[in-house]
Every structure is written in structure tokens, then in C-alpha cells.
Design a binder for this molecule. Structure first.
Ligand code: NOJ
Ligand code: CA
Length: 576
């Protein structure tokens, strides 16, 4: 039996500070901009916000390359401003998570600069694979290359393309034969988490922000911190074998770190909270991050990556709930974030192709989506995104909403190559389109060239013309808009005790089997004296007559449901 905590059934809204609201008009969002929109978030009805990294950074991976963990990027604002934001968010009755990036620092971090300035040993006898861990290099992973130092130490591949190793120059500017590890961009050297100084430093970072009132952290790459001893080559991945994995993901050693972090969070009153970004399969391995002395919650990425396919969606919902139940941990639900295509675009069929072909082309690996230049039916995509949004909100647990998802924004592909900033695009010379398309500044109003993002019209990424109709002001005035649907849904989710709520031990979802296979239908039992609610989502291609007589609580759009008939790409909440 678990006592109910706020983070077990909250709505958390992800703010991507660069693109949320720009108060000083330099084309980049800022803390003052976020502060000005706290009332908007309150009206939307979210319980908490999660702020993507706000730290000083050379911004070679949009701030996930941190050069100082206890400060604020000056383009975003100051420490005083973020403290004011924390207070204002709390005053508005919401909680606040911030991001922390423990797997790697920026190459601009003091520690890495010290390492680069440190004299390296260099002679022909050093065997390949030898580790250099003297002085400041003890905090990172520096290995002797193969072929007398001339080639990379092993076959590991970076998430953004190319090898995970970058060769350091010696004091004379010549290649040194020593290579440092970077699972992501070369500007993001990986830290060595076997090093106690690294661990102590990060516990200090946690306390620094907890002491300033933040309620929790979203932990970047929570599955990456430990590397297999001896840095063995990656095995050949066997297709279909989910247990085969790279020697730098999901290593058992990292759980120690989460136990230490949990102890720090538990020192506080009320205890602070973590949400893990861990891309780990199978789901049972993922659940190990949620053991009761480790992290509180983690993102449900299988759910985010589910194709528009009812049996698959249902299977994923079932197995993620079941895996977390092993640890009696709540499940979270997420359909969008700053790393994946907007759901409207993901669910949009490619015009002229069959559904099956569209699905085969919908690989959601970071920036690896193919066929991005194909024409898509965004109207169908938008209907599906609305329908699945309601279905997500009816599931038990915490749900995440990414800024702009409440406006039904689509992925933006019309970005000139020279404006693109994602290292995935840059490292692969544009072979991978990358993630800039979900990071375009928000359209707030019809005013000015940047649609209310600021007064000057500057924007670090261009907004598409189609957003002139999608801005928040226009949607506020339209009763059938996605924004008003989101507001109503969030409000009802709070009022109707069955929705989102978790009472005690995690229980499997009860599916109705009296509907066709391409329809998802489930009932959330009443609690706290409320009434039960049925959520039905039609993933198929035909309207379906539902065998229920419950009355409508909410439907995904005006025409979604009438006289018992549920349209395709639509959903409805009914009394049950
Ligand atoms: C996951 C973050 O969400 C992503 O944006 C970033 O590029 C990588 N971690 C590296 O920090
Ligand atoms: Ca600004």
C-alpha cells in the first residue's frame, strides 16, 4: 500500500526556456519571459513545471552541455530571477522541477579545462586501452587509442553519430594518442562516476538547488552514468534481442548513485523528487530505477514511441504498468518532449502511402526519423494527437505535456540548414534532420513577426506561416481549439477523482473487450466518492458504434462522438 503523493498523479508541463517566451526581444526565450507566463500555466491547469537546462553553457547541445551547475546562462537571466520564478510558481500553487545533467559536463566546464591543460604522458610503450587518470583526468574517461594511439580506443558510437572518442592534442598541438569519451557530442565529455569527488560535487549541486526551493530534478541520461569495466567493444546487436545492449547503457553500477541521490532528496521536508530520463529495455530493467530507495518516477518512453496501432498501444500500456508494479512504482505517460517529433506530425499519415508504409517510417530514435520531407496529412495527425491526449490523461499516473503540445503544434521542417543547431544534424552533415523542429519558439499571439514570442520579431528558429492561425490567443477565443480542449481536460482530470488518480497498490488497467481490436476502451474505477469513467479511443479507420450508454464527459472534438458512434481518430470520456 502506498500513500498518495502529488508526483504520483500530477500534470507536469515541460518548459523549454529557449523557446517559451522572450521578454527582452533578443530572439531567445528567458526567465523573465517564463515569469510573465506563469498565469497562462496556472490557467492551463498544470500541477508542476519542468524547466529544461537553464545553466551557463556554450549551447552546443542546447544547454545539455553545462559549464556551471550552480548558476544561470546569462542570456536566460540571473540566479535572482530564477529564485523569483521558483517563488512565483509556488505562489501559483504549482511545483517546479529543473533539469540536471550528470552524465557529462560541457568542454567549457572548469574541470574539463583543467584536464586539457594537464600534461599528458606520451611514449611508445603505452598499451592501447590504457587509462590516464592523473590529476583532473580522474574525473573523465581518457584512454590510449589503438594503433599506437592513432585510432579510437574501441568501437563505441556516439548518440549523435560518429565515434564516442575525441583525441586530445599535446602541449605542442599535436595528436597525443589519448582520447576522451563522449557518448553525446564531443563538447560533452563523460564524467567518471566511480570517482568520489564527482559524486560529492553533484550531491552539492542537488543541495544547492533544493535549498533554493525546487521540488525535484529531471535527471538527464539516467541510464548512462556507469561504463562497463575495461571499456569492451560493443557486441553485435542481435535484432529482436532486447537484452543485448551497449557497454555504456544501463550498467548495474549506476544504481548506487541513485541511492545516494535519494538519500539527499529525503533529507528535505517535504522530500524532493526525481524523474529519470532512462531509455532502458526491457521495461523490467527500467523499473529497477524506481526501486523504493532509488528514483521516484521515470519517463515512459515505450509509450511515447508507440505507433498509431491499437493492439501495440494496449500492449505497451499493459507491460509498462506491469513492470513498474514489480517495484510498486507509479507509471508516467508522455507523448512529446524536446527530443522527438511533435505528436501531430508523428501520427500524420504520409500522403500517397498506406498506413503500414507510414508506420514503417516512423522511427522515433533521436533525430533518426526518415522521410521528413514527405507530405503529411496534418489534419488527421492533429485529430489523432487530440484523441490520444485525452486517452493519456485518463491513464493512472503522472502525465507530461511539452510546451506547444497544448496548442497542437506540428514539427517544423522549414528551417534553413544554417539556422539549425542540433548536433545530430551538424555531426551527420544533415543526414539526420535532428530535433530543432520541435524546439521552435511558441506562437502566443498574432502580434509581430515572432507571433508574440517577443516584441521585436527576432526568433532563433523561424516559425512557419501556418502558426499564424495556431497561436494561443486565437485558440483561447475558439471553443473547439486544442488549447481549450487541453484546459477542459486538465480541469476535469482534477475534478473527476477517477482520472489520473492512484489509490493504493498499482493495479492493471481493466480493458473492455466488447469493442473492435482497433479501439482502446478502459474504465477507471470511481474513488473518493466520484463516479467511474470510461475512456474510448478509436485508432481504426472506420466509425464504430459503442455498446455503452454512458453520457459524454468530454470528446476529442465536436464531431468525435454522437448517438453512440465514435469517429476514427477520435476519443471520448463517458460516465461508466
Ligand atoms: C537527453 C536530452 O533530453 C537531450 O536533449 C540531450 O541531447 C541528451 N540527453 C544529452 O544530454
Ligand atoms: Ca531573451
Amino acid at each position: 500500500m502506498r500513500t498518495k503523493e502529488w508526483w504520483q498523479e500530477a500534470i507536469v508541463y515541460q518548459v523549454y526556456p529557449r523557446s517559451f517566451a522572450d521578454a527582452n526581444g533578443d530572439g531567445i526565450g528567458d526567465i523573465t519571459g517564463i515569469r510573465s507566463r506563469v498565469p497562462y500555466l496556472q490557467e492551463l491547469g498544470v500541477d508542476a513545471i519542468w524547466l529544461s537546462p537553464h545553466y551557463p553553457s556554450p549551447m552546443l547541445d542546447a544547454g545539455y552541455d553545462v559549464s556551471d551547475y550552480r548558476s544561470v546562462w546569462e542570456t536566460f537571466g540571473t540566479l535572482e530571477e530564477i529564485e523569483a520564478l521558483i517563488h512565483e510558481v509556488h505562489d501559483a500553487g504549482m511545483r517546479m522541477f529543473i533539469d540536471i545533467v550528470p552524465n557529462h559536463t560541457s568542454w567549457d566546464h572548469e574541470w574539463f579545462k583543467e584536464a586539457l591543460a594537464y600534461p599528458l604522458e606520451n611514449n611508445a610503450d603505452i598499451p592501447s586501452g590504457a587509462r590516464f587518470a592523473d590529476g583532473p583526468w580522474a574525473r573523465y574517461h581518457l584512454l590510449r587509442g589503438r594503433d599506437g594511439g592513432a585510432s579510437v580506443p574501441n568501437n563505441w558510437e556516439s548518440v549523435f553519430g560518429g565515434p564516442t572518442w575525441h583525441q586530445v592534442n599535446d602541449a605542442d598541438g599535436n595528436p597525443s594518442g589519448w582520447w576522451y569519451l563522449h557518448i553525446f557530442d564531443k563538447s560533452q565529455p563523460d564524467l567518471d562516476w566511480d570517482n568520489n569527488e564527482v559524486r560529492a560535487e553533484f550531491r552539492g549541486h542537488l543541495r544547492f538547488w533544493f535549498d533554493r526551493g525546487i521540488d525535484g530534478f529531471r535527471i538527464d541520461v539516467a541510464h548512462g552514468l556507469a561504463k562497463a569495466a575495461g571499456y569492451p567493444d560493443c557486441p553485435e546487436l542481435v535484432e529482436g534481442d532486447a537484452t543485448a545492449k551497449n557497454p555504456y547503457w544501463d550498467q548495474d553500477g549506476l544504481h548506487d548513485v541513485w541511492r545516494e541521490w535519494r538519500a539527499v532528496a529525503d533529507e528535505y521536508d517535504p522530500p524532493r523528487v526525481f524523474v529519470a530520463e532512462a531509455w532502458v529495455q526491457p521495461a523490467e530493467r527500467n523499473a529497477r530505477y524506481l526501486r523504493k530507495d532509488e528514483l521516484h518516477t521515470g519517463f515512459n518512453f515505450p509509450y511515447l514511441r508507440a505507433p498509431w496501432n491499437a493492439p501495440r498501444m494496449r500492449e505497451i500500456i499493459d507491460f509498462t504498468l506491469a513492470a513498474n508494479a514489480i517495484e510498486n512504482a507509479p507509471t508516467t505517460w508522455v507523448l512529446e518532449n524536446h527530443d522527438v517529433w511533435r505528436s501531430v506530425t508523428r501520427y500524420a499519415p504520409i500522403i500517397g502511402r498506406t498506413e503500414a508504409e507510414t508506420k514503417a517510417n516512423m522511427n522515433l530514435e533521436l533525430g533518426r526519423e526518415v522521410n521528413w520531407e514527405a507530405d503529411r496529412d496534418l489534419e488527421v495527425g492533429a485529430a489523432r494527437a487530440r484523441a490520444n491526449f485525452l486517452s493519456m490523461l485518463a491513464l493512472p499516473g503522472t502525465a507530461y505535456v511539452y510546451q506547444g503540445q497544448e496548442l497542437g503544434l506540428n514539427e517544423v521542417f522549414e528551417i534553413p540548414a544554417e539556422m539549425r543547431q542540433d548536433p545530430a544534424f551538424i555531426t551527420t552533415n544533415g543526414e539526420r534532420v535532428g530535433r530543432d523542429g520541435c524546439r521552435v519558439p511558441l506562437p502566443w499571439s498574432g502580434e509581430g513577426d515572432a507571433l508574440g514570442f517577443n516584441d521585436t520579431g527576432a526568433a532563433w528558429l523561424p516559425q512557419p506561416d501556418s502558426w499564424k492561425k495556431l497561436h494561443a490567443d486565437a485558440q483561447s477565443a475558439d471553443a473547439n481549439s486544442m488549447l481549450n480542449l487541453a484546459r477542459t481536460a486538465l480541469k476535469l482530470r482534477k475534478e473527476l477523482s477517477a482520472l489520473g488518480g492512484i489509490t493504493d497498490d498499482v493495479e492493471p488497467l481493466v480493458w473492455d473487450n466488447d469493442v473492435p481490436a482497433d479501439v482502446l476502451s478502459f474504465v477507471r474505477p470511481a474513488r473518493l466518492g466520484g463516479h467511474a469513467i470510461r475512456c474510448v479511443l478509436n485508432v481504426g479507420t472506420h466509425a464504430v458504434t459503442l455498446p455503452y450508454d454512458g453520457s459524454v464527459i468530454l470528446k476529442s472534438d465536436e464531431s468525435a462522438y454522437s448517438d453512440g458512434l465514435l469517429n476514427p481518430n477520435a476519443s471520448v470520456w463517458l460516465t461508466a
